[in-house]
Ligand binder design. Sequence first.
Ligand code: PMP
Length: 360
Amino acid sequence: MARVFNFSAGPATLPEEVLRQAAEEMLDWGGTGQSVMEMSHRGKDFLSIAAAAEADLRELLGVPDYYRVLFLQGGASLQFEMIPMNLLRGRATADYVNTGEWAKKAIKAARGLADVHVAATSEDRSFTYVPAQADWELSTGAAYVHYTANETIGGVEYGWVPQTGDVPLVCDMSSNIVSRPVELTRYGLIYAGAQKNIGPAGLTIVVIRDDLIGVGDPVPPAMLDYATHAKADSMYNTPPTYAIYIAGLVFKRLLATGGLAGAEQRNLAKAGLLYDYLDRSDFYANPVEPADRSRMNVPFTLADSALDADFLAGAAERGLVQLKGHRSVGGMRASLYNAMPIEGVQALVDYLTEFATAKG
Ligand code: PMP
């Protein structure tokens, strides 16, 4: 069967070239007579794979040498807990900005560990915008400020970086990491699960400034302490070796196709194509404030939700899959991560047009 256009929010579509290379190397990586999956994580072959993946990610994100790149497990969800455990540094309060489902989950997890102050929220308009920095009420003495760069469910994305002075800025970049250039030195810590823009599920990327490592007070249990993983070069325990290998192939491909500036151009073109169509149509709607619309996740509704099942069945017949919206919001959602080609978005727009003409 031909490959489909997969609009899943994650795990998500990966570059076909990467999958083909992985297939070619499946039984014999680099003349070793083994699959990467079968290699010792401490052997020189895998160490070279992990080192190249880290070096390439550093180049892509522009990571200075006073930051560490950690390859962890437990998903972004574990970071919701590791962040307060490590970054409170004996302080009581942490500031959070609430922009939707994922910010809420981060806040809920932190509440068990810190005195959480919600500095701003967009709940008043059903999380359809990013609260302007002028409306944030940051607390004095906060240990850090946390925000969610892209709300995967609501389809809301920051187009700017918050100003927090000397207070470390912490960002959940799970669903837009490596989709656009980033000013990394504005952050104390960024984190992301790999399963959207980077590779297979099971790998979590953390980039953390040196002065925020090993300062947990009280000291967290070893596996939850960034210092443990930094000291051991992310090999304190067995890392997700195959996921790191695929991530490395994705990073190489990004570097070869214009880096993050190239990715941003492609993502702007894809998102523009879809939003322009949705805005021209009376049949479909997207509720998000135009300036805050996500380039990665585009939620939309049909004029009549009774047509949803028909819409999805017709899409699947055309090889357009995983368009059903998140169960908490309903409707549809098209995720347009880096690996979604513009041909996939064009095929979606063609289908949207056809469906609206037939049923509208
Ligand atoms: N944050 C965001 C923005 C997400 O989209 C997700 C997953 N969809 C998570 C956190 C949770 O990630 P994980 O499932 O890797 O724990």
